[in-house]
Ligand binder design. Sequence first.
Ligand code: FES
Ligand code: FE2
Length: 375
Amino acid sequence: MSLIATDQTLSGSFDAFKESGPLKTGLPPSAYTDEKFWEAEKAKLFPASWVLVGFAHEMAKSGDTVPVTVGDSPLILVRNQDGSIKAFHNVCRHRCLKLVDSPQNVGRLLKCPYHAWAYGLDGALRSTPYFGGEEPNSVPEGFDPQEHGLKEVQCAVWYDWIFVNVSGDAQPFDEFVAPLKNRLDGLDFEKAKLVGVIDLGIVDTNWKFLMENFIEPYHVQFVHSSTTDQPLIDHYIVDDGHCQGSAVDLDDENEGGDGSGNTLAVSSRYLTLFPTFVFGRYFPDQMGVHLNIPVGPGKTLQRRAIYMTDGTELDTESAEKLKQLWIDVHKEDHEVCIRLQEGRKSTVADGGVLSTHWESSVRNFQEQVLEAVSK
Ligand code: FES
Ligand SMILES: [Fe+2]
């Protein structure tokens, strides 16, 4: 991997990171706090990547439309009449007004509130009233509506998860998900059932801290002692290109835990896809996905969708109990991630030093970050 010089465009030095010897340092504080680094992530990293932007079940009906932002680009996700989900730049082709500003069902047409240009759910421009003059259907000479449809953005839906790639030149989606798909151990999405989505709100930390925290299992037995019962040494590291995380294989799912059902002590997969996709599987019957939306260098919006993988429909009490368990786990993670962010304000803060055993995948994640913003 080539880590090219970034110092002209990014404030702060990455020399120590690039030059670290057998003991690896982490990214310097500026990568988490600096506006310039954040601007580079918005301009380069997120648009070039496959980014999770939403849950398909939240836009179930034809005409359901959800505005999202990737980098600085306003986008819209639209459920079409054929059931497919498409993504477009959220920009009217007349005068570039942001078309949709809140989730809504638009019926069959996306109508601009300014001069009433209307687009089909497929993005095609359908009407431009009085554009050519006094006649309602007139258009100026040389104007071809076919050339003025909404600009489409590359979009892929995998099970309940909607991804977009703004640049259009990320690797093919199948290749992107392959390293995670290969670790699903026969998981059948047809059988899976949504339990619910937890809104965790804005967390005062950089998005990378949430990712790194999920990738490394080193903290689990210390931070989650009240919600999990998985000894560190049961974990092994997954470090496979842009798929990073860890896993635990236990022989007997009924072993471990305190027997109360209030803790997690099961075989698990904690897997990520660069940059922001987080997938957890908890045997025998649960999985979860984090929707991480970076909104500033020190702020990340987080939601979590919980699913039963065997199709079990939980009663309300069990569903609430499960949601509360996950809220508690996330809170434990948020607390340390917020303090990671706060620690970066210190004059003595640097890249720290990473465990060559437990945090090698964190380091590889960080190298991918630096490579993506350096392009
Ligand atoms: S800006 Fe959309 S119709 Fe004029
Ligand atoms: Fe954690």
